[in-house]
Design a protein around this ligand. Structure first.
Ligand SMILES: *Cc1c(COP(=O)(O)O)cnc(C)c1O
Length: 495
């Protein structure tokens, strides 16, 4: 009987078959660099030759990622453990190595499977990117890849609108680079509009859409799976820094590219070109890291759900603080909070799997909230003297919005950069450090840390001010986190 498995089941079982000889329920780690041949060029089944080009543990991770990123939850498959969609994943030694490979692909000759650059023969070619991409991505596209002739335009897609986006797509535009949500402001670019524009162009030559989904992981966002009755998935390729939520424990650096089944079918040379680059550039993932990452992904569902619940509740607390007695913070941003300017996109974009998990907890889609509850911006309700719901109840939380990732940004009102720093160093639980996505909460100041390399005008334009705080909400106890944030705000503002 054909059967299908849901995301959580596949995250545990795909790529993790029991060892065929010993029956060990955890597959063995394959550390060999090279593989015996039974004759010249006669490889054993599996086709492994040398671990830079392919390795069994890395392949297992790649099949797991392909399943999570490209198999719809209601796929019917012959076998629960090998939910095959026709998509493909490639794992690299870091998210940045994945960035380098796809950027190089733009400039690679068509003969080698590349996009051909400016004229098909390689060198040049154009990438149209959202204007506030991850700093390392901007650095790679604008600076490191310059010798390949690659040209990049950074565009505020929201502002540009349909006409502006159409005008920015050149005949040699090979790739449209999106990130969702953006960092650190957690904005959601109009991905559906961009997808519609690109899909209206001739399918053989249109640019491909890449989305960096690092901040959400495939638990919350799977743009390679067509949903809502769409003909096309929203994107062709996802890029993920697996070093963040997929690892989840701040102890692995890895990255991946995944190609949608549809794109893999229409552009079979894309995979060939990327495998060629993966092998040639040598940024291979260590099998040990791949093994550990397979383990991490087994708990992705439970972690992401808790990250999302904590972040929704904390962003609400910060918003209430901003409007009530404490009055310490402003510009709280969390796309899942119903008052957030990006909230309108969340219901459309959130994965079917995340919806399923949330429906079990009582969320309704389309989102509904009871106006009687006292939430973010409902000071009117208080005036009417209505009973305040128990803030520690699930019912209250369901009224706040939709869990959508674990990242929050906010500004401390009128704080100097010293006061913002004091806040970070006065926290007992969140650790002052770059990066995100671990089970432990991390806090940082983009102005002085992750985004300090940006030009001053860009910082100003993006409103990355010295008092802006980015919080990667971990899965610790909510009450402990709130108590800690409150005490640190008080210390900071009295310093
Ligand atoms: C961290 C990160 C990267 C780069 O990944 P590494 O694994 O650190 O090389 C790319 N994109 C986003 C959004 C990131 O957060």
């Amino acid at each position: 009987m054909p059967r299908h498995d849901h995301f959580s089941t596949r995250s545990i079982h795909v790529g993790s078959d029991p060892d065929p000889t010993t029956g060990a329920v955890v597959p063995s780690l394959s550390v060999a660099t090279t593989f015996m041949q039974d004759g010249v060029g006669k490889l054993r089944s599996g086709g492994f030759e040398y671990s830079r080009s392919a390795n069994p543990t890395r392949s297992a991770l790649e099949s797991l990622l392909t399943s999570l990123e490209t198999c719809p939850t209601d796929t019917v498959s012959e076998d629960a453990r090998h939910d095959i969609s026709g998509g493909e994943s490639l794992v690299f030694s870091s998210g940045s190595a994945a960035t380098a490979a796809i950027a190089h692909w733009v400039t690679l000759t068509e003969e080698e499977g590349g996009a051909g650059g400016r004229d098909g023969k390689g060198h040049g070619g154009h990438v149209l990117a959202v204007n506030d991409v991850y700093g390392g991505t901007a650095r790679y596209l604008a600076r490191a890849s310059r010798p390949t002739g690659l040209e990049v335009t950074f565009l505020n897609m929201e502002k540009a609108g349909e006409q502006g986006i159409r005008e920015a797509i050149r005949p040699d535009t090979k790739l449209i680079w999106l990130e969702l949500p953006t960092n650190p402001l957690l904005l959601v670019p109009p991905v559906r509009l961009i997808s519609d524009i690109v899909n209206s162009l001739p399918s053989e030559t249109r640019p491909l859409i890449l989305v960096d989904t690092t901040f959400l992981s495939p638990f919350y966002f799977t743009p390679l799976i067509a949903s809502n009755g769409d003909q096309h998935p929203l994107a062709d390729i996802t890029l993920s820094s697996l070093s963040k939520y997929s690892s989840g424990h701040s102890d692995i650096i890895l990255g991946s590219l995944t190609i949608s089944p549809k794109t893999n079918q229409l552009r079979p040379t894309l995979l060939k070109g990327l495998r060629f680059l993966q092998n040639s550039m040598g940024a291979s993932a260590s099998p040990r890291d791949c093994h550990l990452l397979i383990r991490s992904i087994k708990t992705l569902s439970v972690r992401m759900l808790k990250h999302g619940l904590n972040a929704l509740r904390i962003s609400n607390w910060l918003s209430i603080t901003a409007t009530k007695d404490l009055n310490y913070v402003e510009r709280v941003r969390y796309p899942g909070l119903k008052s957030d300017e990006s909230f309108k996109y969340v219901q459309d974009l959130i994965s079917k799997n995340a919806k399923k998990e949330l429906q079990f907890l009582g969320w309704k889609f389309p989102f509904q909230h009871k106006p009687s509850s006292t939430t973010t911006s409902s000071s009117e309700n208080e005036k009417q003297g209505e009973v305040v719901d128990d803030e520690n109840s699930l019912e209250y939380t369901r009224n706040l919005g939709i869990p959508f990732g674990g990242m929050i940004t906010f500004a401390i009102k009128n704080a100097t950069s010293e006061q913002a720093e004091k806040f970070c160093t006065s926290l007992r639980i969140p650790i002052l450090a770059e990066s995100l996505g671990g089970v432990e909460s991390l806090v940082e100041i983009p102005y002085g840390m992750t985004h300090s390399g940006l030009p001053k005008e860009t910082l100003k334009e993006l409103q990355i001010t010295p008092n802006l705080i980015r919080l990667s909400v971990g899965i610790e106890d909510y009450d402990d986190l709130i108590e800690d944030i409150e005490q640190a705000l008080k210390i900071a503002l009295s310093s």
